[in-house]
Design a protein around this ligand. Structure first.
Ligand code: SAM
Ligand code: SF4
Length: 351
């Protein structure tokens, strides 16, 4: 049975009048890949202090938390990680979340970001549990490049099988995100674009960002959204698509009807000013931005079952939010490219 949540007493907006609309929920900080820009092997070793199972939020706690966010205005929940499909029994969580309805009776949309390695096996169960759509991260089509980038020697064919399975069960629209950097995979832009034309998949190219803290990011490794678009336009004519202000991607369609492609200019044109997104890490910490200076630990309130206080804590954090971190970090990056802002681990907080 569906569960319509009563609205909170007042609308939840921040100091820039941005409503809280999206929640990214990280369900695990571990991953079966070691993407060199996210979880480099030298840092994320066998001895790395990943969260113990008991430190992660339980599904019941995630459900309580999600209800709170929905009461405060959230309409979409994206499950992420680490690699979310490593969390045992994930369809059980999806099933519970998919029953939630907003105060005005609309179903809350449940989406997921995954590396796709385990998707072929789980797509049907996830769809049946109520997952609406999936985004698969795939940075290369060439098998050797892909194996080197995931640094787990994982073949690209199995991720492509996962994408096919997602399409087959109707997890629509299936999106594919490719993070491009000059030193790793700039030569994969055109092969990826060609492969996903006419496939029903929405491909989005993302600028390599200075998040995570585990990697020696440098501005000169970034391929800008404008450069990626220009490269594709040499081969295929593109037409801009109108988008929402809070959309992170600049959307285009191929003029010849080949489908859609997008570009996320997270470094060259940061988009924090319209951001309606909150993130909760696998251990229950609330982050208001990937570049946020601090987090609020919600786990003690969840553990004690203090739901009214939980709602108060989330509201207080969101209402005080005055940041435009993604835009401001450009200003912070002054000392010859050295970072001067706190760094949040992407694999813990979720992308
Ligand atoms: N493991 C899942 C996956 O890879 O889709 C979900 C978590 S992962 C942290 C989410 C997204 O963050 C991925 O698409 C990944 O490419 C992206 N990401 C990680 N580090 C990044 C960086 N430095 N710049 C841009 N995107 C990054
Ligand atoms: Fe794992 Fe995703 Fe990070 Fe790659 S980007 S290491 S798949 S969490």
């Amino acid at each position: 049975m569906n569960l319509t949540l009563p609205a909170a007493d007042a609308a939840c907006v921040d100091t820039l009048m941005r409503p809280l609309k999206d929640l990214r929920l990280s369900v695990i900080d571990q991953c079966n890949f070691r993407c060199t820009y996210c979880m480099p092997k030298e840092v994320f070793t066998r001895d790395y202090p990943f969260l113990r199972a008991a430190e992660r939020l339980s599904f019941d706690q995630m459900l309580t938390l999600s209800k709170t966010f929905v009461r405060l205005g959230v309409e979409k929940i994206r499950i992420t990680g680490g690699e979310p499909l490593l969390r045992k029994d994930l369809p059980r969580l999806v099933e519970a979340l998919a029953r939630l309805e907003t105060p005005d009776g609309k179903p809350v949309e449940i989406a997921m970001t995954t590396n796709g390695a385990l998707l072929a096996a789980q797509a049907r169960a996830l769809k049946d549990a109520g997952l609406a759509r999936v985004t698969v991260s795939l940075d290369a089509l060439d098998d050797a490049v892909f194996r080197a980038m995931n640094d787990a020697d994982f073949p690209v064919a199995r991720v492509l099988d996962g994408i096919d399975a997602a399409l087959a069960v109707g997890l629509a629209p299936v999106k594919v995100n490719a993070v491009i950097s000059k030193i790793r995979n700039a030569d994969q832009i055109l092969p990826l674009a060609r492969h996903f034309r006419h496939s029903g998949v929405k491909l989005r190219f993302i600028e390599y960002m200075d998040v995570g803290g585990a990697d020696g990011w440098r501005l000169d490794q970034v391929v800008t959204a404008a450069e990626m678009r220009a490269l594709i336009e040499r081969e295929f004519a593109l037409v801009p698509q109108p988008g929402r202000a809070s959309d992170t991607a600049d959307g285009f369609r191929y003029m010849d009807g080949g489908g859609e492609v997008g570009f996320i200019a997270s470094v060259s044109a940061p988009f924090g000013g319209d951001c309606t997104r909150a993130r909760v890490s696998a251990d229950g910490k609330l982050f208001l931005c990937l570049f946020a200076a601090h987090s609020v630990d919600l786990r003690p309130l969840l553990a004690a079952g203090r739901t009214p206080q939980l709602e108060q804590a989330v509201r207080a954090s969101w209402s005080a939010r005055a940041d435009r971190y993604s835009e401001q970090r450009g200003m912070l990056r002054t000392d010859g490219g050295a970072r001067r802002y706190p760094v949040v681990r992407m694999s813990l907080v979720g992308g």
